[in-house]
Write a protein that binds this ligand. Structure first.
Ligand SMILES: [Zn+2]
Length: 67
């Protein structure tokens, strides 16, 4: 399965992505540092849930008790 870089529109396999950024529960695959920088500057502009991959539910580890 390939994913689309929401900034430049390039398609890539998960393993080829420069970085994965999670935004509002969706993982976005960015191809290069330039796209990463643009996405991070204004994620709302580029974030399109259909282009990314729904992020797995974040595990909340219980706070260690000091008893
Ligand atoms: Zn790109």
């Amino acid at each position: 399965m390939s994913f689309k870089d929401p900034v430049c529109g390039k398609r890539m396999n998960r393993g080829k992505a420069h970085i994965t950024i999670e935004f509002e529960g969706v993982n976005y695959f960015l191809c290069c540092p330039q796209c990463q920088a643009q996405f991070e500057r204004s994620p709302k502009t580029f974030a399109k849930p259909e282009l990314g991959e729904k992020a797995r539910k974040v595990q909340h580890y219980p706070v260690k008790q000091h008893n």
